[in-house]
Write a protein that binds this ligand. Structure first.
Ligand code: FPP
Length: 238
């Protein structure tokens, strides 16, 4: 039986440390990280991932040195420009979540191109979070009817959330959508993350018992009938 497709979100962390470990500038880590992303997008549909959302630039990343911010935004613009044809040919609908009003015009134009070029694609929905803050989008939605419906339209529940680079935190990424996400943390630095690692994370996801706050499916089967007669609170107190 074919399982329904999953929404996987990735916090692509570790580019800077990967570069430092090799005596390279941090920007080289980001450049190789962008290549890693290309391979991951390619393999995602084969792993039954229907939506892939990646954290490319957080609203807190504006606090990095200007040189790194500029380079990241430039890299992103190149990525959208260069990849959009490949993405379209691969059937990958590409969209961006996050604020747009602070992005440079060249990046905005590249995003627009990629979104337009791929809008009819349906094999995978690939979303890049750029100038993104989950807390900011929740706050905004709370105070405005129109933004609230947009927020709920865009809010696709995350099934599997992966963070590379060894840290174990969410860093303001998809907080609402990840309410019941299965979390997978790996020490692998993002530039070293491979399609095999993604496959392993998805396999780990399928081994998890997702209960969404309910009791396990087997619970009623293992409880003897005499026990079932007792009220649930009595059962827990024994
Ligand atoms: C974290 O590495 C990564 C980011 C700041 C954003 C992710 C960016 C990329 C994968 C490259 C650009 C992407 C595209 C699509 C062009 P870090 O710098 O925080 O690493 P560190 O924790 O080791 O310092």
């Amino acid at each position: 039986m074919r399982q329904s497709s999953i929404h996987t979100a990735i916090i692509m962390d570790g580019n800077g440390r990967w570069a430092a470990q090799r005596g390279l500038p941090r920007l080289e880590g980001h450049r190789v990280g962008a290549e890693t992303l290309r391979h991951i997008v390619e393999v995602a549909p084969r792993l039954n991932i229907g939506v892939l959302t990646v954290y490319a630039f957080s609203s807190d990343n504006w606090n990095r040195p200007k040189e790194e911010v500029d380079a990241l935004l430039f890299l992103l613009a190149c990525y959208f420009e260069k990849e959009s044809v490949r993405l379209r040919d691969a059937g990958v609908r590409t969209t961006v979540i996050g604020r747009r009003d602070r992005l440079p015009p060249a990046l905005l134009a590249a995003i627009d191109l990629a979104e337009t070029r791929t809008e009819h694609c349906a094999r995978l929905h690939f979303r890049l979070a750029v100038d993104y803050s989950a807390r900011a989008s929740i706050l905004q939605a709370a105070g405005d009817d129109q933004l609230r419906s947009a927020f709920f339209n865009d809010a696709i529940p995350v099934d599997l959330l992966i963070r590379t680079g060894g840290e174990q935190r969410l860093s303001d990424f998809l907080l609402w959508e990840s309410a019941y996400a299965e979390l997978v943390f790996t020490k692998r630095m993002w530039p070293d993350f491979t399609p095999t690692d993604l496959r392993a994370a998805v396999a780990e996801f399928h081994r998890r018992d997702r209960r969404f706050g309910a009791v396990p499916q087997t619970f009623t089967e293992v409880v003897p009938e005499s026990e079932l007669a007792a009220s649930s609170s009595e059962r827990w107190l024994r």
